[in-house]
Design a binder for this molecule. Structure first.
Ligand code: KG4
Ligand code: ZN
Length: 340
């Protein structure tokens, strides 16, 4: 199927044209980061209004870049949730309108399902596989048996990994979103310079906790203020990154051993992190597990990733109704039931 996909769950307005859930003909992402940076985080109402402004030109560009007309589209896939309700409504309403006007089916997709299947745009992964999804709102381990067949093995009990990155960066005086800056500064720092906790490392579950780590950064900065740029800041970033990667790697290893998984997918915005990419590569090599991490351009929020599950659902008769609403929270474990 030739699909248009649309993503507006947070602060990226994105549209893509994808053939058969595999071939990306175009992918356009318009970010609002510079606007929200002034407030130190995403302001929901501003996000909705910016989506409203940007979405139409973004869709027009996606169609233009793909070299196709609206009349050639065979379906629309759109993020239905989770995310900011007002932001989701903009993309969802546009998807409904296009589907109604063109008399084509549309499907509302879970945002994390998009992240999970982003590697499929490069190379399909055989089922079943283990997935670590690390983003601004999620830090989850899933056992994935097929499209719509997910079991949550572990999840963060407080902050998500990306949230911990961004909040720690803010504490150190960096602009939002600081995850990528910590990653960059960590390259020149000493990972053993500052002792930081590894929360829940050996608690026997596959859950994560990052709020204590963020608090430890706060205490460290209160004791020894860091200026940016400085070696001290680089050292704190490197020590923080090591702590996050230690926990993510330990829990992923435990999940691989528990499930006997032979394949691992790592996805979501934090999968751009250079330390995590290296760490996951060495873990998988050591355990003899195949690793799929998408190219960084496919790790952050984009619309192309939604077309993978979108194509599956539409071609298997999961068509959303025109009366369907968005959902700010949505459990991955019961996804197929909630799509009917
Ligand atoms: O998946 P994503 O684009 O949006 C959500 O669905 O949340 O993830 C965004 C998160 C942000 O917290 C951002 O700081 C983090 O991913 N991130 C990074 C890096 N690049 C993006 N965190 C650490 N290192 C990076 N290189
Ligand atoms: Zn995301």
């Amino acid at each position: 199927m030739l699909l248009l996909s649309i993503e507006t769950s947070c602060d990226e307005t994105a549209a893509a044209v994808v053939r058969d859930g595999r071939e990306v003909l175009s992918s356009v992402v318009s970010t609002q980061i510079a606007i929200h940076a002034a407030y130190g985080g995403v302001v929901p109402e501003i996000a909705s209004r910016k989506h409203l402004e940007s979405l139409s030109p973004v869709i027009t560009k996606a169609l233009h870049d793909a070299g196709i007309g609206m009349e050639e589209l065979e379906g629309v896939a759109v993020t239905r949730g989770p995310g900011l309700s007002g932001a989701l409504l903009v993309g969802f309403s546009a998807a409904k309108a296009i589907a109604a006007a063109r008399k084509i089916p549309f499907v509302g997709v879970h945002h994390i399902e998009g992240h999970l299947f982003a590697p499929f745009l490069e190379q399909p992964v055989d089922f079943p596989f283990l997935a670590l999804v690390v983003s601004g709102g999620h830090t989850h381990l899933y056992h994935v048996e097929g499209f719509g067949r997910y079991t949550t093995l572990g999840r963060t009990i407080d902050d998500a990994a990306g949230e911990a990155y961004d909040k720690s960066a803010k504490i150190m005086g960096m602009p939002y979103p600081g995850g990528v800056l910590i990653d960059r500064m960590a390259q020149s720092g000493n990972t053993d310079a500052i002792r930081l906790p590894r929360p829940l490392l050996r608690d026997g579950t596959l859950n994560f906790s990052f709020s204590g780590l963020k608090t430890a950064v706060l205490q460290q900065v209160a004791k020894n203020p860091v200026s940016i740029p400085s070696q001290a800041a680089d050292d704190l970033c490197a020590s923080f990154q090591k702590a996050v990667c230690d926990v993510l790697a330990a829990k992923t290893e435990a999940a691989i051993r528990q499930t006997g998984a032979g394949r691992l997918v790592v996805a979501g915005g934090v999968a751009c992190n250079s330390g995590l990419r290296l760490r996951m590569a060495s873990l998988c090599k050591q355990l003899g597990v195949d690793l799929a991490i998408p190219h960084p351009s496919l790790c952050g929020d984009n619309a192309a990733m939604l077309a993978v599950p979108g194509d599956y659902y539409l071609s298997h008769g999961f068509i959303s109704s025109q009366s369907l609403d968005v959902t700010a929270t949505w459990d991955m474990d019961s996804i197929k039931e909630s799509m009917k």
